[in-house]
Ligand binder design. Structure first.
Ligand SMILES: Cc1cc2nc3c(=O)[nH]c(=O)nc-3n(C[C@H](O)[C@H](O)[C@H](O)COP(=O)(O)O)c2cc1C
Length: 336
């Protein structure tokens, strides 16, 4: 039997197979609302692409944490109804589960909302983006942002999502605290060691957990390695993931740090699988890896090699809502 067809338990959630549509910003929202076009786009992929799990594009938790003006918002109660329409349709029309990714952009923001400013751990440039250095956050602001994450997670649960994913990858705020390239602080949230660098993330995980309860799946998209001189390493990532597992994270979604979602000079299927495999060997919770997978055969191979429990297929599914059917057609054609 093919490995990808096996079910997987994530906390109390049963995911019908091992294929995932990872979060991908559609840049289609005008006012933060998720519109009919986006709902159609996600529903088609839930019905036809073959994935057992969709993680929706990053939604901002507060206008100050907005990345850009076309981003989806989960910052307000009035966003819940639109999301409800999305989750209801996905659940009615498919077996797929749907998790909401929540984010604060920090110093990576192109257009913070409501007159917000660029903020980060330290007043240094963020290597994941070309832009000015941010203002360094105070401890009380860090606590306030932690509360924004928890409130957003509550809204995601109310909207009918099957779980929530905290975005701590790709050079966004929580990743900025983890990376030694952007965290030059000397306080409790500083760069003394991995524990300090993920303190903010751990506090977010705790307050999200407290808000959503023990049975609700909480995932972290973790930008575990910067793959840059002086940046975070795979060893750091393994250490951090062991802590996150102890803190009750249900799914470790492993991706890039300051290198964002690509890896320079690497294009092969599963280009972050060195990191994901190291994490998988160190933890018992499910691990997801995404990067460069285009075919079902490639996903199957990564599962068989023990690189991860779940495989993300991003751009290929963004382009082709009927991905799995076309994969199977290609397989048949290869054999005639
Ligand atoms: C247009 C686009 C938007 C993306 N938006 C997000 C996002 O909102 N959140 C996130 O964690 N990753 C985002 N990503 C990264 C993808 O989830 C994925 O990691 C990346 O596309 C690599 O996987 P692939 O080679 O299968 O496409 C985005 C990628 C693309 C191409």
């Amino acid at each position: 039997m093919e490995k990808y067809t096996e079910q997987l338990q994530i906390n109390h959630l049963r995911v019908p197979n091992r294929l995932v549509m990872p979060p991908m910003a559609t840049h289609k929202s005008g006012d933060g609302r998720i519109g009919a076009d986006q709902i159609k786009y996600y529903t088609e992929r839930a019905m036809y692409s073959g994935v057992g799990l969709i993680i929706t594009e990053h939604s901002y938790i507060h206008p100050y944490g907005r990345d850009n003006s076309h981003q989806v918002s989960i910052a307000f109660e009035e966003n819940i109804e639109d999301f409800k329409a999305l989750t209801k349709l996905i659940h009615e029309k498919s077996e797929a589960k749907i998790i909401c990714q929540i984010n604060h952009a920090g110093s990576r923001a192109k257009e913070p909302g409501d007159g917000g400013e660029l903020v980060g751990p330290s007043a240094v440039e963020n290597p994941s983006v070309k832009g000015p250095a941010p203002r360094s956050l105070t401890t009380s602001e860090i606590h306030e942002i932690t509360g924004w994450f928890a409130a957003a997670a509550k809204r995601a649960k109310e909207a009918g999502f099957d779980g929530v994913e905290i975005h701590a990858a790709h050079g966004y705020l929580l990743n900025q605290f983890y990376s030694p390239l952007t965290n030059l602080r000397t306080d409790d949230y500083g760069n003394a060691d991995v524990q300090h660098r993920i303190r903010f993330l751990v506090e977010v995980v705790r307050s999200v957990r407290e808000m959503v309860g023990p049975d609700y799946p909480v995932a972290v998209r973790f930008g575990g390695c910067d793959y840059m001189e002086g940046g975070s390493t795979i060893d750091d990532c393994v250490e951090a993931c062991k802590i996150l597992e102890k803190e009750g994270v249900d799914l470790l979604d492993i991706s890039g740090g300051m290198c964002v979602y690509k890896r320079k000079d690497y294009t092969q299927a599963g280009y972050f699988s060195d990191m994901a495999k190291a994490v998988k060997q160190a933890v018992a919770v499910p691990v997801l890896t995404t990067g460069g997978v285009k075919t079902l055969g490639e996903a199957e191979e990564l599962l068989a090699d023990g690189c991860a429990d779940l495989i993300g297929i991003g751009r290929a599914i963004m382009r082709d809502a009927h991905w799995i059917e076309n994969q199977k057609k290609d397989e048949v054609e290869d054999h005639v």
